[in-house]
Design a protein around this ligand. Structure first.
Ligand code: ZN
Length: 424
């Protein structure tokens, strides 16, 4: 047994902590899923707008067609578990961590983005009986009817385009239909929201280059994703974009004041312009876990002491888990659970209106909480929404209908000439 290796910073830690916490009872959501909830899900189009699973595609021995267990390798999505959880597909992410913003860094990012794009397309090609590339709003229903899972492609952090923004046309031709501008650090396109307290902006929102990218994404009918960017970027993107925008994986600032979350006034502004917010399940954004800089430093030391996590044996993995559990106890770390996730989701539905909310749990990118560890737990959200009083039409919209509508609207506002030029 090996650790899945390419989690983003902190994601492996979250995965391990969750594994440690597994078995807890309180706050872990509905124990039973009703026949009604299952039937509703079977009828709905269930999409998640931020699947970081492509980071696993290049891992030796890891296959999307195999069933994995979260407790064994920390992974949260694969074909058998998508079937069990009722997920019909979603946006599969080309993620690039923000690195040096010089020529060498930009070229490295360019290559990393292209490599990840190829890996996603190769996964689909190698699993043609179970997955299919999706590029239009109608594809989601068509692919579900064909008994397959849809693979829309998105990019998290436009860093791979810094060297040459015109590559966006190539990505579009290869299937890219959603893009976010920045990740946890500022880049040449936009300011980041940072990781807790918002850092001082560099561009005061979007740079000139960022504005040009927004305009080009509009022309091509690529959905603009504001998750991870600063509030100023939100305001400017909302103003500038001709099409409604998405927050592919975000939470509510008014529930937990973290710079990765968005406040109620902005949620209302998003909805007013026809946008959609997809609710994130990354524990550290949902609640104050009590993690201090000292705790994080000690945790990094534990990781360092275990060396290359690709090479860990099952025994070493258990040892790492035990050390992390010890550390959590020492610092009194609280773990987010299913109820914490629902608190954000229900709050956002109330503020935005059910027509403007969906799910972007950040699976395989640090998402998942106690009682909501992998995609097999998706029916719990369906049950919890029904229990909260939402009807079939509303729940179905939240599960994916709203995302499909957004894709349709954004593509309808594209410039046919620009699309034609990109496809040539
Ligand atoms: Zn993210």
């Amino acid at each position: 047994m090996k650790f899945v290796a390419t989690f983003k910073t902190g994601a492996l830690a979250s995965a391990l902590l969750l594994a440690v916490a597994a078995g807890a009872q309180a706050g872990t959501g509905p124990a039973e899923i009703s026949a009604h909830a299952r039937a509703l899900q079977a009828q709905a189009i269930n999409l998640d707008t931020h699947l970081d699973t492509p980071a696993l595609f290049s891992q030796p021995g890891w296959k999307i067609s195999d069933r994995h267990a979260f407790k064994d390798d920390g992974s949260q999505i694969d074909y058998p578990r998508m079937v069990e959880g009722g997920l019909d597909g979603g946006f599969w992410v080309i993620y690039t961590g923000q690195g040096a913003r010089d020529e060498a860094g930009n070229l490295k990012a360019r290559d990393a983005g292209l490599a990840r794009l190829a890996e996603i397309r190769e996964m689909v090609a190698a699993n043609a009986g179970t997955f299919e590339l999706a590029t239009t709003a109608d594809d989601a229903a068509r692919i579900k009817a064909a008994g397959k899972k849809s693979v829309y492609i998105s990019m998290e952090n436009a860093y791979p385009l810094e060297h040459d923004p015109s590559l966006l046309s190539f990505y579009y031709r290869q299937g890219l239909r959603m893009i976010s501008l920045a990740h946890i650090g500022h880049n040449d396109f936009a300011d980041s929201a940072g990781m807790g307290v918002a850092p001082e902006g560099e561009h005061g929102g979007l740079s000139e280059k960022g504005r040009a990218l927004v305009a080009q994404a509009n022309r091509l009918g690529i959905v603009l994703d504001q998750s991870h960017a600063s509030n100023a970027v939100f305001d400017q993107m909302l103003e500038l974009s001709r099409a409604p925008i998405i927050l592919s994986h975000s939470g509510a600032y008014d529930v937990f004041a973290h710079s990765r979350n968005i406040d109620d006034a902005r949620i209302r502004a998003l909805a007013k312009k026809g946008g959609v917010i997809q609710v994130n399940s990354l524990g550290g954004y949902l609640i104050d876990t009590g993690a201090t800089p000292e705790y994080r430093a000690e945790r990094r030391k534990v990781y360092a002491s275990f060396g290359d996590r690709h090479e860990l044996t099952a025994e070493e993995r258990e040892q790492a888990k035990a050390k992390l559990a010890e550390l959590d106890a020492k610092y009194g770390i609280r773990k987010a659970d299913f109820d914490d996730y629902m608190r954000h989701l229900l709050h956002i539905i109330e503020v935005a209106g059910w027509e403007h909310v969906g799910l972007g749990a950040d699976w395989d990118g640090g998402g998942g909480v106690d009682g909501y560890e992998d995609i097999t737990a998706l029916p719990k959200v369906v049950q919890a929404l029904l229990d909260a009083g939402y009807d079939d039409r509303q729940v179905s919209a939240i599960l994916g209908g709203n995302t499909v509508r957004l894709i349709r609207e954004v593509q309808a506002l594209a410039d046919p000439e620009a699309v034609k030029a990109a496809l040539e």
